[in-house]
Design a protein around this ligand. Structure first.
Ligand code: SF4
Length: 246
């Protein structure tokens, strides 16, 4: 599948402490050419902030089939309706869809880790609204923060499972020479170096896979007959098969 992560012209004001868009080695000027075949597009990290840009892409880029959005912001009812309409248009014209996921990295430290994002309860409310107006959705546990107790993730599963049965899970990229590393002594956790092949210049970043925590979270998800995914492509394929596949 051909996937693109787009940069926005708007700088995200949300201030998440782990945001890779603030890494020294993050450069992404991806623009999509009119003729380029795109299966899945990721228009920046936060959806409502960039909704007008997303609509612009859709008008100009006739080949895009699936738009994968994630958010930690409040989204107004009006904008939810716009996203629903866009979803229906893509489904009718291109046999694709929009997925609007809600991201959670913790429950009790939101105001510290994600200081200008929606609160925990606002995100639960948003997920409930997305589910009630029937926009394809999922819960994103990315990044899993190694200093958050696994019980906190269990609580998030309990609070979200009535609105989504799909969970995307992944570890944490971080910069060794960063305040976030200093504050949480991230270097104490098992770390590997990963090549970032979704960026054109393919930087190498430190990555904490949190395998033990992730395995426990996946077991909990499976206990409730929900589905856990390591990759957004597999999750998207599942949505397609469940909702739109013949
Ligand atoms: S929502 Fe947070 S992680 Fe996403 S771009 Fe904004 S600051 Fe970065």
């Amino acid at each position: 599948m051909n996937r693109k992560l787009l940069s926005s012209k708007i700088k995200c004001p949300n201030g998440c402490k782990y945001c890779f868009a603030n890494f020294r080695e993050y450069f992404n000027k991806t623009q999509i050419g009119i003729e380029e075949e795109i299966d899945i597009i990721y228009p920046s990290c936060d959806s409502e902030l960039f909704l007008s840009e997303i609509e612009g892409f859709l008008v100009n880029q006739k080949h895009i089939k699936i738009i994968s959005l994630s958010t930690k912001n409040i989204i107004s009812q009006e904008n939810l309706c716009r996203i629903k309409e866009l979803n229906e248009t893509i489904l009718k014209n291109r046999n694709g869809f929009i997925k609007l996921s809600v991201s959670f990295t913790c429950k009790n430290m939101v105001s510290i880790i994600e200081p200008r994002c929606a609160t925990y309860n606002q995100r639960i409310e948003l997920l409930s609204k997305i589910s009630s107006i029937d926009i394809p959705t999922s819960v994103i546990f990315k990044p899993i923060l190694p200093f958050i107790p696994v019980e906190e993730y269990y609580e998030i599963i309990t609070d979200t499972m009535m609105y989504s049965n799909l969970y995307l899970i992944g570890g944490l990229y971080f910069e060794k020479n960063s305040k976030f590393n200093e504050e949480h002594t991230l270097s104490q956790y098992l770390t590997e170096n990963r090549e970032i092949n979704w960026l054109e210049h393919k930087p190498i970043w430190a990555y904490i896979p949190s395998t033990d925590i992730i395995d426990k979270i996946k077991s909990r998800i499976n206990e409730f007959n929900l589905q856990a995914f390591d990759s957004d492509i597999s999750l998207i394929q599942t949505i397609y098969n469940q909702r739109y596949g013949k």
